[in-house]
Design a binder for this molecule. Structure first.
Ligand code: NAD
Length: 496
């Protein structure tokens, strides 16, 4: 399928995927490589350099030198200009970045285009926040005032050198949503992409250099989680780790950072509820609910995978979901009309199929799907289970694949419905579907999640804070809150 990509993308693949450290392209001190494969075909796309603890050490040293050197001398306005210049570079290279995402991750091209567009906007958006970094003034303490005139003011300063560790499900977007606020705040960074999807980060790193960022401000070290990732987390010169990934690894990172008290922000797993009331507009709810689960083949932390439907519309909604799902075009992301691609790896396919078999064996009613797609690639047919009960693993655990679990409710008591929706260790996203907006808002206030939508699902954008309650994470990315993750507050008192 690489031959279906543009000449620019084929040239970029031929240029290789080294580590980017201190403005240099390097194969890494051990010269190790790993293959990145197209999950829709199994074809090797490219070998990429695999960094280890020593490479991470060099990258942190480069980031530290940049933090104390040229980067610290730029004004907020100058950093904003660089962010805007990067935004333009991403726009100019949109086809290349989108095609790499499709080849490396498997996502449909339509979606990759949208994601690259979001990244263009993200750097524009955070350029605006770089220009708006400001402190406050307040009264000086009484014992200082007792000696004469005085004032206290606050400065917002960058946290320092930060390690950014991201997953494979939306690789470019995950990298940009950490880099944009970190750079706007004045931090320097070491980015560790997921080993399953290493490619777009290297191209992004090259664009960052072309955009005029000083060497060492952004370093890209591809590598294994247990090696490069763990080395980054353990490095004493980092002030913070910003992590997106599984709850399991997130907890490990939080524990590891306790000794040094590095700051940590965590965007973790989810198992989000979708609550459908009987007065809903079915024509809108059917595609909306289906895509809440199947967007990105369900490899999506905010996926709405626990569907609660009022008994009055339970069977009509199930019938509509089954018809919509059966008509979703599955295939290679570069083929026109593809709505569903493969899962990222054979390992992920196997993991998802284990959940599907578990759902079948514990008595859930299989409505549609329930099998892997025969042929090359890591495809799993979108699967809907009905009549599930809350003790089943397909209801309790994050599957990170195209598996929906639907259950009916008979009550009109919102507290009872909320108790079902909140019966999860996660609290990332969720949605409520009804024509009755009063009921919708009452329901939203009862759902323990960081991000809830009404008559739509997963409405994320640069300006909308996103993050988890409960075991879905610490902190909020995007929006103004996204800046707070990368800024310290310094209080200064002046006796005049
Ligand atoms: P993962 O936790 O296995 O890996 C994520 C990243 O952490 C990768 O770069 C990996 O190399 C690295 N890593 C692994 N072990 C490490 C270690 N010991 N030390 C340091 N780094 C390590 O997760 P995944 O399987 O790649 O991604 C899927 C998970 O990510 C899902 O649980 C999903 O919900 C979550 N996710 C959350 C969000 C969000 O915003 N909340 C977004 C996307 C994905």
């Amino acid at each position: 399928m690489i031959d279906k990509a543009s000449q620019t993308t084929r040239d970029a693949i031929a240029a290789g995927f080294p580590l980017l450290i201190g403005g240099r392209e390097t194969p890494g001190h051990a010269g190790r490589t790993m293959a990145s494969t197209d999950p829709a075909t199994g074809e090797v796309i490219a070998e990429f350099a695999l960094g280890d603890a020593e490479d991470v050490g060099e990258a942190v040293a480069a980031a530290k030198a940049a933090f104390h050197g040229p980067w610290s001398r730029l004004s907020n306005m100058q950093r904003a200009d660089l962010l805007r210049s990067l935004s333009r570079k991403i726009a100019e290279n949109a086809v290349l970045l989108a095609e790499l995402e499709v080849l490396d991750n498997g996502m449909p091209r339509m979606l990759a285009d949208q994601i690259v567009g979001n990244c263009v906007h993200l750097f524009e958006y955070y350029a605006g926040w770089a220009e708006r970094i400001e402190g406050t003034t307040t009264e000086a303490p009484p014992h200082v005032l007792a000696q004469g005139e005085a004032l206290t003011y606050t400065l917002r300063e960058p946290v320092g050198v930060v390690g950014l560790i991201v997953p494979w499900n939306v690789p470019l977007s995950m990298a940009c949503l950490k880099l944009a606020p970190a750079l706007a705040a004045g931090c320097t960074t070491v980015l560790k992409p997921a080993e399953e999807t290493p490619l777009s980060a290297v191209v992004l790193g090259r664009l960052i250099k072309e955009a005029g960022f000083p060497d060492g401000v952004v370093n890209v070290v591809n590598g294994l989680g247990a090696e490069a990732g763990a080395a980054l987390v353990a490095h004493p010169d980092l002030s913070k780790i910003a992590f997106t990934g599984s709850t399991e690894v997130g907890k490990m990172i939080a524990r590891e950072c306790t000794d040094s008290l590095k700051k940590v922000s965590l965007e973790l797993g989810g198992k989000s509820p979708v609550v459908v009331f009987p007065d809903v507009d079915l024509a809108k709810a059917i595609p909306g609910v289906a895509m809440a689960t199947f967007f990105l083949q369900g490899q999506n932390c905010m996926a709405g995978t626990r569907i609660f439907v009022h008994r009055d519309i339970y069977e009509p909604l199930l019938a509509g979901l089954a018809e919509f799902t059966a008509n979703m075009q599955m295939g290679h992301g570069l083929e026109a009309g593809t709505m569903l691609g493969p899962l990222v790896s054979a390992k992920q396919q196997q993991r998802v199929m284990e959940y599907v078999e578990d759902g079948k064996s514990c008595g859930a009613r299989l409505i549609v799907g329930g099998e892997a797609w025969q042929g090359p690639g890591n495809f799993v047919r979108p699967t809907i289970f009905a009549d599930v009960d809350p003790s089943m693993r397909i209801v309790r655990e994050e599957i990170f694949g195209p598996v929906m679990a639907v259950q009916p409710f008979d009550t009109d008591d919102l507290d009872e419905i909320a108790a079902m929706a909140n019966d999860s260790p996660y609290g990332l996203s969720g949605s409520v579907w009804t024509r009755d907006l009063s009921n919708a808002h009452r329901m939203v206030s009862r759902i323990r999640s960081g991000h809830v939508s009404i008559n739509c699902h997963g409405a994320v954008a640069s300006n909308i804070p996103f993050g988890g309650y409960k075991q879905s994470g610490w902190g909020r990315e995007f929006g103004r809150e996204g800046m707070d993750l990368y800024l310290e507050t310094k209080a200064v008192t002046v006796a005049l």
